[in-house]
Design a protein around this ligand. Sequence first.
Ligand code: DGL
Length: 256
Amino acid sequence: MKIGFFDSGLGGLTILTAVRKILPHYDYIYFGDTKNLPYGDKSEEEIHDLTYKGIKKLFDSGALLVIVACNTASAESVRKHQDEMLKKEYPDRKLLGVIIPTVEALIASRSTSAILIGTERTVNSEKYEIEIKKGDTELVLFTRATPTLVPLIEAGEIHGAYKVVQSVIDSITDYVDTIVLGCTHYTVLKELIRKHNDDLYVLSQDEIIPHKLKDYLYRHPEIDDRLTRGGNISIELSSKTDAYIDIQKSILSHLV
Ligand code: DGL
């Protein structure tokens, strides 16, 4: 059986690519719901419904474990689908989101004051704050919704997107030592942000999730044993236009 990745679009490919670098032997399947992108400004019900369909598609295509790479879907829907869908329909499968591992990495970094950027939905869900409160930390989190970033990144306008992030960083007058890129799409901006902000620690999910997944599989041999090792990858998009194929290449080419 395979490891599945779900995202609202192409951003999750940055996570999958990083995972494959350290775990190349497994079989992977990716589904990007490009037809319904963006999720970031949709209602909670719409996100539940679309995420349900995407996860179901991956399970029905042989995924044993699905990682919801999309922060927006992780914030709104992972817990609900773990409690309902998994229990009722797929009791032998696993579903993981990206927010809890990111918060674990943030707390482990010993940051005292961080800024999170994400979609409207991710920021408004306050899921990051909720998970931080469960940890043993005094960390202060500032959050900013950056809704223009996903369209810019999906259009391949990486520099324009970076400028938006820089203006957000510059607008924070309080001390912050870390920026959390709370959207899969933003991983393509990490090097530009690092280059221009020496004193800011940049937490990027493509550098967090691979190690967390490796650790998870190590701690769960009963899952690991059921995963096939063919080194195959299949990528499916709900809308696959020529433009998307170009953007897919563009996103992958920005990976370090
Ligand atoms: N990739 C999604 C995330 O991580 C955002 C894109 C969207 O708005 O659908 O939140």
